[in-house]
Design a protein around this ligand. Structure first.
Ligand code: BGC
Length: 721
């Protein structure tokens, strides 16, 4: 009924102009709407009028703008003025695998299907904006929000963001790409001033946002909490006006992170459009409410600036069909298809870290009993911690999946470890210092279960109280004494497999040295348990590859080697510059524990015949790289082929190698395929700070094909004129 009324009003409003869809007529409709608005009405549109709503102008048929948190799925409804759940019974949603899981698939078609499904859910919940994806680069293995983010690599990051944004927006919902920008830690996130040089931000931190805007056509961007070069990101002229609008041509709106606004005049002039999330529930007291009206009236902020902001919002509303007469996508919630997508992403994201003596896959026929050990065997990850989760009807745990898929196998469950935190004087439940002591009683029960079973599987790792928004982890070690547990279980049963469920690198050295079979899974959505169990039993051949380097020691990873994480109290300086992630390890010849791009399979792949289509290229050409890949094992599988380029004898600092292309293929046992991957020469450009532009250095280059950043299978040289 509501949408019928709205369509009628809108039809009437625009009836003086014939129904047209060309840009000029839309623009004049928007300008006409703005002309009819009072200053108060316009300013109302520029700040929250509830936790996740900003106002429309009812008398002109402009509806409120309703947002919901992602990126794990559409967050449950909360009360308008508080974070307490609204208590609805129709706000269940699919829990989609978190960022780390999505990126480790390296499968762009799956990314698109995932975000189309998420967009359908957002529309079915009548949202206009989904606060997703979260794409900040993973700078430290300790980052509290790493689990939400994709990767340490800017190329993989930008390739993932484009289908994500396009898929989400295909259903008339705006993506709000967050958190713009250079927001790479939780410690002091509300005040810290990030200092990073121009080349570093252009080559590392900004490409994902640039691709989201220019290729993905993202309709909105969320300004981050922190400061960059002195100015808060919600009032950062350089980031918001110069780069985002002027250079990239961004047409949508900038929405602040929740409570990330610190000024009226500066935020208004330097590029913020909508203020969200202050804790003051008197919505007139926000920087972008009464104070903004006053700033216009006293001449500090021209009214045309207000008009521009409203125009940005109305532009998006038109694009997502929140205004205008075109029909709007209705979406769908909790469908079997969505659960299927969540399953496929989860199953392609699982990373096989170690498989000595063919410990995996398990052969169900020979197994009568399994000791299922570990808190993570039964723990759900859709919610908990600080920050957004999903209220879901379906979350299949590994335990659930084992019981339902293998009813004939006897399951001996033991919790093995439990979450224990050191003294909590902070009056909160998340991000607390963890206790590393094993619980002797639980270990003894686990040992007994392992002794009584054919196989033991320990589901270990972290959880969403340990890895959480608003707090970085304090160290790489696994919490709650899990190493001691795993050693004891392995001593009790040599057939012990370990599954780590977590979102960030941990120190797995003792566990890797203890067991033959080691598998990594993520906070992996509604069907996480089905996916991991299918990998363990070989129904799915694992094909996930790590989107992040696992260091041997924390001090090996770049932000820690340079002693520049988390910085503070006021400033953090990104001393590692462009050498983030594997770039640092490879350039400084530091051995990682598990390299970027690493992941095993139940089969093996042979790479041969690496070729480039020419030996020399002009800067505007495309390098067509091809190679043969053969599945040399006995089972079908999928492989992600990675292309890394390097430039010997460069006039500028360069990383030893950089990812510049990848492709994922499926190969039947014994099958061979030719894989072609294109690298536009402009991908080789560096940001020339003096010229303020990208520049491709002429001379010779190498391209290497890799099964990981440390497993290079072939190298070719070529030159750029
Ligand atoms: C987070 C955002 C989130 C917002 C609304 C903030 O604390 O940084 O990612 O979208 O809250 O929940």
């Amino acid at each position: 009924m509501r949408s019928f009324l709205l369509a009628t009003i809108m039809g009437f409003m625009f009836s003086c102009t014939p129904a047209q869809t060309d840009e000029n007529s839309d623009k004049s409709n928007v300008d006409e709407l703005i002309r009819q608005m009072t200053l108060e009405e316009k300013v109302h549109m520029l700040h929250g009028k509830g936790k996740f709503t900003s106002a429309g102008v009812e008398r002109l048929g402009v509806p409120d703008l309703k947002s919901a948190d992602g990126p794990l799925g559409v967050r449950e409804e909360i009360q308008n003025d508080s974070w307490a759940p609204a208590g609805w019974n129709n706000d269940f949603a699919t829990f989609f695998p978190a960022g780390g899981g999505l990126s480790s698939t390296w499968n762009l078609d799956l990314v698109r299907r995932y975000s189309v499904a998420m967009g359908e859910e957002a529309r079915a919940r009548e949202k206009d904006v989904l606060l997703a994806p979260a794409v900040n680069l993973i700078r430290s293995p300790l980052g509290g929000r790493n689990f939400e983010y994709f990767t340490e690599d800017p190329f993989l990051n930008k390739k993932l963001v484009v289908p994500f944004v396009q898929g989400l927006q295909a259903n008339d919902v705006a993506s709000c790409v967050k958190h713009y920008a250079i927001n790479n830690q939780e410690t002091l996130r509300g005040t810290i001033d990030v200092q990073a040089d121009e080349r570093t931000i252009r080559e590392m931190y900004l490409p994902v946002f640039e691709a989201a805007v220019k290729e993905g056509n993202a309709y909105s961007v969320m300004s981050a909490y922190n400061r960059f070069r002195g100015a808060y990101l919600s009032e950062n002229d350089y980031m918001l006006n110069t780069i985002l609008r002027d250079e990239w041509g961004f047409k949508g709106f900038v929405m602040s992170d929740w409570g990330a606004v610190h000024s009226t005049k500066e935020s208004a002039l330097y590029g913020l459009d909508i203020e969200m999330g202050t804790e003051i529930d008197n919505y007139d007291d926000w920087f972008f409410s009464k104070a903004l009206i006053a700033a216009v009236q006293n001449g500090e902020v021209p009214e045309s600036v207000i008009d521009d902001k409203v125009r940005n919002i109305l532009y998006v509303m038109e694009e997502i069909h929140a205004i205008g007469s075109a029909p709007r996508a209705k979406g769908a919630l909790n469908t079997p298809d969505h659960l299927q997508v969540a399953y496929e992403v989860a199953s392609e994201s699982v990373v096989l870290l170690k498989n000595a003596n063919n410990a995996l896959p398990l052969k169900s026929s020979g197994i009568k009993s399994i000791a299922v050990i570990g808190d993570n065997a039964k723990r759900k990850h859709a919610n908990q911690g600080f920050g957004a989760g999903v209220k879901t009807k379906t979350e299949v745990t590994p335990y659930d999946a084992l019981v339902s898929s293998y009813p004939d196998i006897k399951i001996n469950y033991a919790q093995g470890y439990k979450e224990q935190y050191l003294k909590n004087d902070l009056n909160r439940s998340w991000g607390l210092p963890v206790d590393y002591e094993a619980n002797e009683q639980l270990v003894a029960e686990a040992v007994a279960a392992a002794q009584a079973s054919d196989v033991a599987i320990v589901f270990a790792g972290s959880n969403r109280l340990v890895e959480t928004e608003a707090e970085d982890r304090k160290g790489l070690r696994l919490p709650f004494g899990q190493e001691a547990l795993i050693k004891a279980v392995k001593a009790a049963n040599p057939n012990t497999i370990v599954v780590i469920i977590a979102g960030s690198p941990h120190d797995l050295s003792e566990i890797d040295a203890t067991v033959d079979g080691l598998v990594w899974s993520w906070f992996n959505g509604s069907r996480a348990g089905d996916a991991i169990v299918d990998v363990l039993f070989g129904e799915v051949n694992p094909s996930g590859k790590l989107p992040v380097t696992f260091p041997k020691r924390l001090e090996d990873s770049p932000a820690h080697a340079t002693n520049s994480f988390p910085g503070g109290p006021d400033v953090v300086t990104y001393d590692e510059g462009i050498l983030i992630g594997y770039r640092w390890f490879d350039t400084h010849d530091v051995e990682p524990f598990y390299p970027f791009g690493y992941g095993l399979s139940y089969t093996s792949f042979e790479y041969s015949d690496l070729k480039t289509d020419k030996s020399s290229y002009a800067p505007d050409e495309i390098i067509k790289v091809s190679l043969k890949v053969k599945n040399t094992g006995a089972v079908d599988g999928k492989e992600t082929i990675q292309l890394y380029t390097s430039k010997p004898e460069s006039a500028i600092q360069r990383a030893a190698r950089e990812l510049k292309g990848f492709g994922k293929i499926a190969l039947k046992a014994g099958e061979e395929k030719v894989v072609s991957i294109e690298i536009p020469v402009r991908e080789l450009a560096f940001y020339d700070v003096k010229a303020k532009d990208w520049s491709v250095e002429p001379g010779s280059y190498y391209v290497a094909s890799g099964a990981s950043s440390r497993d290079l299978r072939g190298t070719m040289s070529f030159s750029v004129e």
